[in-house]
Structure formats: structure tokens, C-alpha cells
Design a binder for this molecule. Sequence first.
Ligand SMILES: [Zn+2]
Ligand SMILES: [Zn+2]
Length: 175
Amino acid sequence: MKTKSKKNASHLLPCGRAPIASPTRASDRKTFTQWKAVLDLEIESKGLNKSRPREQILEIIVNQLEHFTVPDLVKAVQKSHPELGAATIYRSIPVLVEAGILLESLSDSSRMAIYEVNSGEHHDHIVCTDCHQIFEFHDERIERAQNELTKKLAFQVISHRHVIYARCDKFSKKA
Ligand SMILES: [Zn+2]
Ligand SMILES: [Zn+2]
């Protein structure tokens, strides 16, 4: 549902629109091998044991998923590795977040956390309430306005999440 398979990225969405290009350039994204090196460092620095399942989970995330919930991940992982239990998959999440590989970037309409691989570039999200797809955007004017506003209110921003829940124009016109 919320999972957008990269393989189907060229297909039209349920609302009939073509996918919107993400502001994070695909060419800049780290490969599984690069992320695995990051994971290995984290494992070493924490004195944890290397685990093959954790690497298999990371590989599925990097190669198949964009914005996903943990149940989405369990489904995707178990398709390729039915021997991996849900508990193992759940336990890998905090390790991957701590390593800076995964970001919890927003929550869906039922408040379930949605994760994505850390692209290293700030972006915000639009969630389509019709087809449940998640789109990324980056708008300098919005970023600037947020900075000016918080400065005026005497805050130093640590981070922000800007999520727009929206109906799709194309979908409503079709209905
Ligand atoms: Zn932003
Ligand atoms: Zn995103």
C-alpha cells in the first residue's frame, strides 16, 4: 500500500498520474554495499555481533523499498526470506536507525511510523489520501519561511517534518 516498489516506478499510480520525481537524486543514493559498510562500522563500534539476517533486511530495504511501515518491511523481507521471523525484522529497525541508515520520516494516517533510507538531503512529504502513495518535495520558499518564522519566535530549529495530507486532483476528477 504505502510501499512503492522501485520496479513499478514507471507505472501510472492508481489515480492515473505519473509518479512525481523525488528531489533526492537517484544517482546520489548509496548502494547496498555502501550501506553495509556503514552498518558494519556501527556493529563494530557497539560491540554487537554481525548478523546475516540484518544484512538481508538491509538489502531488501535498499533495493526494494522507499517509504515503508514495519509491517510493509516484514512482508517484503518474508517474500524473499520466509525463514526470518517478524521479531528479528522488528529488532533490526532501531539498529538501522541508530546507524543513521534509516530515518523515521513521518507517520501515516493511522499514526504508524514510516521509514525511509536516509538520503542525506532534507525533503518533506505529501501523502495522497486517495491512493496512499507518498511523494517527496523540497521547496526553498517553504524552508525559508519556516526559518524566518521560528527565528522571529526565538527558536533554534533542530529538525522539522512537514507532511501534507492531500486528496489527488486527478483522482477526484475521475470519480
Ligand atoms: Zn522542509
Ligand atoms: Zn522521503
